[in-house]
Design a binder for this molecule. Structure first.
Ligand code: IMP
Ligand code: MG
Length: 430
């Protein structure tokens, strides 16, 4: 038996989709445990590019049963659109299942997302505007709409009346058109015919599969630094993106998890607002953005770019209990003479920290301290083994292993499934 968790080790968009797609070819189940259609996975197979937001990237491999776990928030409209798109590309989605305990995003929570940002003004989070935060807030506030409610129309109606009354207090105050409980109910029920057959009782099913010795991959949305507890609060998403979320978001206990793989880019990107110590401004940042093609899959926003932050990486290793790191997009650094890596922060009072400050006021003021590494100045996209890499690239990888205190088991040298160096078998038991 082998249960593997894959998480983002930075601020998202590390290339989890590619790694889960590669592992997804050899597992029986791929389970998404947090987030919603705020994610954006790009997977390239045989030159064909797929942009997924809600559906686990594992769907592409067609080998595994894909499950949207209870910890996810589901916009049914987006779910159906993605299924239709995949079907048009001959990718079968019959093996996609949804936990009835997951919460639904309806249109009122997308409106609420925009309003929350408007109220924050200058202090806005820079959300994806997909209704994620308000849907999780309703869940925690115990007024959310579980998909299972679609089975009980009278109960659903009652729940909608409660939530609509609450939302309307705010909508009225902000001068926004008030919601009609009837319309919200109709919206929700319009999804029932297609959604009900996809519902499963996911936790018992997954636990039974583990008992049978099947292989399972838990796929995180977003990343460690966007985690509601461990990220750069309040500039975070509203879910548990770290390894612990794999348990709460699926109902599989921590003793079943054999391995936790963190994905990090060979540099760093971030979308949305919030602190980012190694961010490059001006032409340097633009150069890295162009080389890496760093534009959001979900929103098309240009991503902020910067150097690899080893303090962040070591923090992600701790928070997630990472057993392995995968470093993606190493080829993007092919052109640089020298590659800086952040190995510590200097705070305004002169204090130097080599671990993550827990106080976000400190983190926002942290100045990166860089260690320079020589570049390799050649095309590495054809490398298929570690030995194929030039020595300077090997040294860069070894340095990242030392700084982060974690072995690097996978190295991405290009976007394709085959442009990957695997140093340690990810499915082998530890
Ligand atoms: P939300 O998840 O839409 O509420 O957005 C909260 C923050 O998380 C914003 O800074 C978003 O840009 C960021 N975010 C959400 N999902 C992703 C993702 O998949 N990749 C990168 N950033 C994300
Ligand atoms: Mg993404």
């Amino acid at each position: 038996m082998s249960a593997i968790v894959v998480v983002g080790a930075q601020w998202g968009d590390e290339g989890k989709g590619k790694v889960t797609d590669v592992i997804g070819q050899d597992v029986d189940w791929v389970v998404k445990f947090n987030g919603g259609n705020n994610a954006g996975h790009t997977v390239v197979v045989d030159g064909q590019k797929f942009a997924l937001h809600l559906i686990p990237a594992g769907i592409i491999s067609q080998q595994a049963t894909c499950v949207i776990g209870n910890g996810v928030v589901v916009d049914p409209k987006v779910l159906f659109e993605e299924i239709d798109e995949l079907k048009a590309a001959n990718i079968n989605c019959d093996h996609l299942k949804v936990s009835g305990q997951a919460h639904m995003i309806l249109s009122y929570n997308k409106i609420a997302d925009g309003l929350a940002e408007r109220v924050l003004g200058e202090g806005k989070i820079g959300t994806t505007g997909r209704g994620i935060g308000p849907t999780y807030a309703d869940k925690m506030n115990r007024v959310g709409l579980r998909i299972n409610y679609l089975r009980h129309p009278d109960l659903l109606k009652e729940k909608i009346e409660t939530i609509v009354a609450q939302k309307n207090v705010i909508f009225r105050a902000l001068g926004v058109e008030e919601l009609s409980a009837k319309k919200v109910y109709e919206e929700a029920m319009s999804y029932a015919p297609r959604l009900l057959p996809m519902i499963i009782d996911s936790a018992p099913m997954l636990n039974e599969a583990l008992r049978l010795g099947q292989h399972m991959l838990f796929e995180a949305g977003q990343a460690t630094m966007l985690d509601i507890d461990h990220g750069t609060y309040p500039y975070v998403t509203s879910s548990s993106c770290t390894a612990g979320g794999a348990c709460t978001g699926t109902g599989v206990g921590p003793t079943h998890i054999d391995r936790v793989i963190g994905i990090a880019k060979a540099y760093t990107t971030r979308v949305g607002e919030g602190p980012f110590p190694t961010e490059l401004s001006g032409p340097q940042g633009d150069k890295l953005r162009e080389l890496g093609g760093e534009y959001g899959v979900t929103t098309g926003r240009p991503r902020r770019t910067g150097w690899f932050d080893a303090v962040v990486a070591a923090y992600a290793v701790d928070i997630n209990g990472l057993t392995d790191l995968a470093i993606t997009k190493l080829d993007v650094l092919d052109d640089y003479d020298e590659i800086p890596v952040c190995t510590g922060y200097k705070l305004p009072d002169g204090q130097v920290m080599t671990t993550m400050p827990s106080d976000q006021v400190d983190f926002a003021q942290a100045e990166p301290i860089y260690t320079m590494h020589p570049g390799w100045k050649c095309d590495i996209s054809k490398a298929r083994t570690f030995d194929d890499l030039p020595k300077a690239a090997q040294d860069y990888i070894h340095a990242l292993e030392d700084y982060s205190r974690c072995r690097i088991s996978v190295i991405g040298v290009g976007p394709g499934r085959e442009e990957t160096i695997v140093r340690n078998d990810l499915l082998a038991k530890q």
